[in-house]
Design a binder for this molecule. Structure first.
Ligand SMILES: [Zn+2]
Length: 857
């Protein structure tokens, strides 16, 4: 059988055939007639289709743009799949029992046929504009954000007025009269990217998490079929948004609305590419259809005020509100990156409580949390609460830096534009790969590492780049993009193509990303392994590091471009400073050590107390004899400015006991004021230090190490802060033996020592700011606060969250980091309620508790 693109006529005939074969499952109606008299067909698919309008529905629209043939082709294949598989697939039966599919395979039949028969690159419909030009861009002819234009010849001409076209008017009327539609997917090409709907402002929307997650979960299914990952992109500034699109019209009606851009060409090779695009989208569509029911009005309500209550370096406590409802439980999902799937792979808990404690997290690491309420009986789920972001605290001995290249240190150099390359830096988005026009094109960037000590030990390093646009990556599964550390001695001018081309690579870092996994709108990360961390460490001496980003360098016959565009964060092309390339480094520094000799020692038995002697064991009456030792902690560095990384007691025995019985000796960290035998027997133990040592071990070696655990190290610091000595008791554990004594060396080279390793690092955050206020200035929200006077202050960190008080600096949109005591919410709306938080931070950084303010419109 010939498996190539179907004509509109063939599509219509296919639908009629389906109705004849499955009359209880599918109906077809004509929702309008085009300028050239073609019917606009809409199929309704549901189990017991007569009741279809009573169920929550997914609306599918395809090929609104004439040349984007995927919409029509996918629709036909999806319908075919449902009708041929529902009988033997209980999941499809369940989906079609509770959900309805409304599907318009081709919203622009005239344009589609014109594209098929005459001009393959045609985009608009076929209205006669009366001035010698033809066509209106249907996806500019809806009412939301409609812009009037007189350029009738233009490819994006939006028509004389909103809904002037029979195609847009038909779908508008259908949507207006079907308020059971909860999800709308509009299929276009190309880019392999999801574009969720907008409300034309820079604030997050309450449905934002729903739409991103719906896309991410569809992505999961796409990935299973083809290994491909689509982008999810909703981040563009309002001025760049399209006007008058169907997506925004549907969204305005309360429908989750998403444009799906499939493939890397509008009309690709059918067998090689289109068939794969179709195959990968069918399970994704099936999933999306099953979600329609979760957005009906009678579904459980969305969880409210979902937020992090508290967190440490390895745990966090999440809380939320929900109106008392015994029929509901909650599903909690956790991901390590933004815009990842929330499904069985990321479900970490189900609970009926309104709080959850997550543990065993990594320090200094970002986590993304999601929650849904689920009805116990019907299993219908609620929409998602807005997601919560958390970066766990750093470990005690850890520091971190997020480093961005300066504007003048990042750009791309292309083979065929040697004169222009200089001007790309800090201005033009990074165009990386190969095209006929540019030749080979590299991204290049230098990071200033001077804020990291040259002797630092890198614990983690990750480079992140934001793929901005993949429209010029026009070849499916072709090429991979890799980042390499460049030998700085092999290059003197990063703006010179030849030099960049010939620069010596020290090492490619992380994993190269193949074209099908470069996701527009989702950060790409390159994680360094230990070897690569060591190389970065070696660059610290130079206080900078240069990275080269490269894609494919040759093109197949007849193809003109495989270029991926990454955001620069500077210039007008991208999303602004948030989207700069970044390297995140977690590091520690080598510890210094200090050895503290014994301050006091004594041996305490029932008979007497002998100073300057350490012995322990049993007397003839089976009574214990204790050795006591203490250390002066005043030589240790300021506990607020240092962290004890390791502590142990080193002690040698000078005698041994030959006994067949198993005698063991303990070192205890104690609180002890008086030294009578009675006092020492009733001593208050802080903790054991390390493990006991057996008499056999005492016989084998003379030097022993008793290691402090985490708790004991803290107790040691507490003693230091209080100006007290650290006191220890050694004694045997067994009581079965009488009359023996172990002597411990207390003086000289082999004398007992308290050994401490520490690093200089601030332990606690600075004070929080006070007097945080908002006011409107120059039509923007301005935040002001009082300065914190402290030499260790590195800056103030300001974050915005529309839904809840941010408790950590990463839970929301970063507005500012620096030393000013004011900032503006530059892109935010003054007409929306929201929360702001200001944190102070030092050079670790430790972040203070937030100072928060609620802004009311
Ligand atoms: Zn399109």
């Amino acid at each position: 059988m010939k498996q190539q693109y179907k004509s509109y006529q063939e599509g219509c005939a296919f639908l009629e055939e389906c109705v004849q074969k499955h009359p209880d499952l599918i109906t077809v109606e004509n929702i309008g007639t085009t300028w050239e008299d073609r019917p606009i067909l809409l199929a309704t698919i549901s189990l017991h289709v007569a009741y279809a309008n009573l169920k929550p529905a997914l609306l599918y629209t395809g090929t609104a743009h004439a040349r984007e043939w995927i919409g029509h082709e996918l629709a036909i294949n999806f319908i075919d799949y449902l009708l041929n598989n529902y009988e033997n697939n209980p999941e499809i039966i369940e989906t079609l029992t509770y959900n309805t599919l409304y599907i318009v395979p081709c919203l622009n039949p005239d344009g589609f046929e014109y594209s098929r028969k005459h001009f393959s690159f045609w985009r608009k419909n076929r209205r006669n504009n009366g001035d010698g030009t033809f066509g209106v861009d249907l996806n500019r002819n809806f009412s939301v954000g409609y812009r009037k234009s007189t350029n009738t010849a233009g490819n994006t001409y939006g028509g004389p007025h909103p809904f002037s076209e029979p195609e847009t008017l038909a779908i508008k009327k259908f949507v207006d009269s079907h308020n059971n539609i909860t999800i709308a997917l509009d299929y276009h090409s190309q880019g392999n990217v999801f574009f969720p709907a907008h409300k034309f402002n820079h604030e997050s929307e309450v449905e934002g998490t729903d739409m991103n997650t719906l896309c991410a979960n569809m992505n999961y299914h796409i990935n299973k079929v083809s290994g491909r990952k689509y982008g999810i992109n909703r981040g563009k500034p309002p001025t760049k948004l399209i006007s008058g699109s169907g997506r925004e019209y549907y969204y305005e009606q309360g429908i989750l609305a998403i444009v799906v851009e499939v493939g890397t060409r509008n009309i690709p090779d059918y067998i090689q590419n289109m068939s794969e695009s179709v195959r990968e989208n069918i399970p994704a569509l099936r999933y999306a259809l099953s979600e329609a029911t979760n957005y009906k009005k009678t579904a459980p309500k969305r969880v409210e005020n979902f937020h992090i209550e508290s967190f440490t370096s390895n745990s966090c406590s999440i809380v939320w509100n929900y109106k008392e409802n015994t029929n509901v439980y909650f599903e909690i999902y956790r991901n390590l990156n933004n815009k990842m799937a929330c499904n069985h792979n990321s479900l970490i808990a189900t609970t009926c409580n309104k709080n959850f404690i997550d543990e065993n997290l990594e320090s200094g690491t970002m986590y993304f949390y999601y929650i849904r309420a689920v009805h116990k009986l019907s299993k219908t789920k609620s929409p998602f609460a807005p997601k919560v972001k958390l970066k766990t605290l750093l470990g005690e001995a850890e520091f971190s830096r997020s480093i961005f290249p300066h504007a003048s240190d990042v750009g791309y150099v292309a083979e065929k534009s040697p004169e222009a390359n200089h001007g790309h830096f800090g201005v033009q988005s990074l165009k990386v790969g190969v095209s006929q026009g540019r030749g080979i094109s590299y991204g290049i960037m230098t990071f200033d590492l001077s804020s990291i000590p040259t002797n630092a030990i890198i614990l983690d390093a990750k480079v992140s780049l934001y793929p901005l646009n993949r429209v010029s990556a026009k070849i499916e599964k072709y090429g991979e993009w890799s980042l390499s550390i460049i030998d700085q001695d092999s290059i003197s001018n990063i703006r010179d193509f030849e030099q960049v081309h010939n620069a010596r690579h020290i090492k490619t870092i992380g994993t190269s990303i193949p074209s099908e996994k470069l996701t527009q709108g989702i950060w790409s990360h390159w994680d360094c392994n230990n070897f690569e961390k060591k190389i970065i460490q070696s660059q610290l001496k130079k206080q900078k590091m240069t990275l080269k980003l490269e894609g494919p360098t040759t093109l197949p016959v007849g193809r003109d471009s495989q270029i991926m565009v990454f955001d620069l964060g500077y210039g007008n092309g991208g999303g602004g400073l948030h989207y700069r390339p970044a390297i995140d480094i977690k590091y520690t520094i080598p510890s210094e050590d200090i050895s503290i000799s014994l301050q006091n020692s004594m041996t305490i038995s029932p008979e007497d107390i002998i100073p300057d002697k350490m012995a322990c064991g049993f007397n003839k009456n089976d009574e214990k004899i204790y050795a006591y030792m203490s250390f002066d902690l005043s030589k240790l560095p300021d506990p607020n400015e240092s962290i004890i990384t390791d502590a142990w007691i080193e002690i040698s025995n000078t005698s041994t006991v030959k006994k067949t019985v198993d005698i063991r000796y303990n070192v205890e960290f104690v609180d002890l004021e008086e030294f009578s035998y009675q006092d020492i027997r009733e001593r208050e133990r802080i903790e054991f230090i390390g493990y006991e040592v057996s008499s056999a071990e005492l016989g084998k070696k003379k030097k022993h190490h008793f290691i402090f655990d985490h708790y004991s190290k803290q107790a040691l610091e507490e003693k230091q802060i209080n100006g007290e000595e650290a006191k220890f008791v050694i004694h045997p554990t067994s009581v079965l033996c009488r009359d023996h004594l172990i002597n411990w060396s207390h003086k000289g080279k082999k004398g007992a020592k308290l050994m401490i390793n520490y690093i200089k690092r601030r332990k606690n955050p600075l004070p929080s700011v006070v007097n945080l206020k908002t006011k409107i200035e120059n039509k923007l929200i301005k935040l002001t606060w009082d300065r914190v006077e402290d030499d260790d202050l590195v800056g103030y960190y300001v974050v915005r969250n529309r839904w809840h008080t941010p408790r950590n600096p990463f839970d929301g949109v970063k507005l500012y980091a620096g030393l000013d005591n004011y900032t503006f919410d530059n892109f935010g709306s003054t007409k929306m309620d929201k929360y702001f938080a200001v944190f102070t931070y030092d050079n670790v950084p430790n972040f203070s508790m937030p100072t928060t303010v609620e802004y009311k419109k």
